[in-house]
Design a protein. Sequence first.
Length: 482
Amino acid sequence: MPNRETSSKILSTTLWVIAAVQFLTPFMFSAVGVALPAIGREFSAGAVHLGLIEMVYILGVALFLLPMGRFADIHGRKKVFLTGNALMIFATIALSLAPSIEFLITLRLLQGICAAMITSTSFAMLTSIFPKEKRGRAMGVVVSSVYLGISAGPTLAGLMVQYLNWRWIFYSAVPIEIATFLFALTRLKGDWADAQGELFDWLGSFIYMAALASVIVGIVEINQFKYAKWFAVGGVAGMALFLIYETQASSPLLPLKKILANRVFFFSNIATWLNYAASFGTTFFLSIYLQVIRGVSPRNAGFILVFQPLIQAVCSPLAGRMSDKYQPAPIATAGMALCTIGLALATTLTATTHFISVYAILALMGLGFGFFSTSNSTAIMGSIDPRDYGMASSMIATMRTTGMLTSMTLITVLLSYYLGNQQVTPSTGKAFLSTMHTAMILFSVMGLFAMFFSIGRIRNPNSINSNDPANINTSAKNRRTK
């Protein structure tokens, strides 16, 4: 495990590598979404096949995050990280040469699995190598890279599709992937296997993946597949079985007893899930609101919506530096409060609302997300033992993914209730606004609950346990003051 003698060169190299791959992972997801119409035209693919291109990527990421994180804790995070990078290069090259829609869908699944291998080890490696006094700043840079990837994806993909070809989305990523792989292979020192020698929970992993796959397929295909709801019900039952099994397993994939006993870790992850469940659907609603209700062109709508992730990218490093000096939990709570105010403001949007209100909502959401994500991740990674860094890193990503899924599920249900099978057009604009207002009210309530869990993990500095990693910065500051 790295100590204070770790050179600044190794720290900067590690940060550069992780930031680069964390940029590419969301970029690949958001960019391909823009290219779907062009892909459909080239392969004469229907809506179902185009939907599968996105769904299998999410499926691959969600299913393998937690197992890969735990596997990396035992067998080495660098090994899993490098393997994920190598396979990602192969998948990206193959995708750029895809001869058919079926080939494309299969490789997108592989790409999602690779993204899970990279994501589940990134924060764990960062936490393993960076000392506590520099960890928040490093987290901020990586989180900023994620938001830059999200914001750059649609913009760059739109230009590539319009002036080149959708395959250039993959062509352009290959050099960056090769460079990060070579840097990681030659410059990263150590393997970080803090749980080496422990057994991997194969049965628990199988139950977890089967249950989660059933839930995701059941929810995503609820309107397309006759028996989809039974998949979802079976998945929920399977997840309950998984949780029961994990309490009895000798070397569990998810150490529930340890998690429930760690208030900071448990509350922080619940706050992560609620934050993404409350906030993720905002862009979906505002995109339709701007284009259909307000008549803004798709290009201009994209330029307006990119305002939020750009603010997030700017704020994340600042939140990281603040988390190095102060308790991260109050900073994350303040960020969640800003998100909740933005969601509440979104409930007032009408067909004649001034565009300043839209920018205000995006600014509040950007500031809130930027301060919440970095500080919350710092709190989570600082609250557990090094042997569980991979599991913790995977939990953050899993809560993020399931939160997004929860948000879109709620949106689907509300659209079905208010609009039925009608398309969103200016003539159905009133029903759409009702849907958006109801969703934003529910999202605001979720935001309040997220604030509750975020506040609940904050401890009184005067009663801090010296072994509580989440509050170590404040504890050390108090000792220096005394």
